[in-house]
Design a protein around this ligand. Sequence first.
Ligand code: FE2
Length: 257
Amino acid sequence: MVNILCIGDVVGTVGCQFLREKLPGLKRLKGLDLVICNGENSADGNGVTRSSIQHLFDSGVDVITTGNHSFRRRESYDLYEEVPTLLRPANLPPAAPGKGMCVVDMGRVQVAVINLIGTLYLESQRCPFETLESLLKAPDFPRLCVVDFHAEATGEKRAMGFFADGKVTALFGTHTHVQTADECILPHSTGYITDAGMTGPIHSVLGVKPEISIQKFVTKMPTRFELAKGPCRMDCALFSADEKTGLCLEAERLSIV
Ligand code: FE2
């Protein structure tokens, strides 16, 4: 059995610190073999920095995925070339720095991790369905494969789940920062959740102070976002897979406070 934890968008320094507090204990408790987390908001004010990704790796994360904020900071461009386990969506233009897939060699088994971005209500990109299909065609593709589909629309995510069913071990959604209660094993044995949720302040609007978010909606004026304070939680999904078949045997939704 291979236990793979998929953590929802980590927001800012508060989210990174909370993850560091909670992940090591969860790793021991659940016997985690591989940890994937979406880190595109791990730097304060979105994007990634050298120190934000280092914090996540030092806390026990193996692979960091991103999404629409991958290249929010100019300083991060080189990081995507330098760090093979820091991914940007695979369906971005080929000229974008970095890669959308990596293979983690765990000794007894290899696991491919693929990052994709949706096309609804986000900047238009290459078709994520076609991109996934072509990546999976590679010779000697690992039996185990986990996909982070960073997308806004639940319909697009669920369609992608069924598209990937039987072809990958698990597919989890990110980006909305709100955990969905639809974790399951799809008919052809792929583990699935529409959105893993968020790692950050509970009383917030996607991590931001509610009063600032309200002000933006009411005034329609540009607003400087500020992270909320107070208690945090770490939303994630745990997929347990058969290493011989690559199929998912259990899907568990977790929200650690
Ligand atoms: Fe996002």
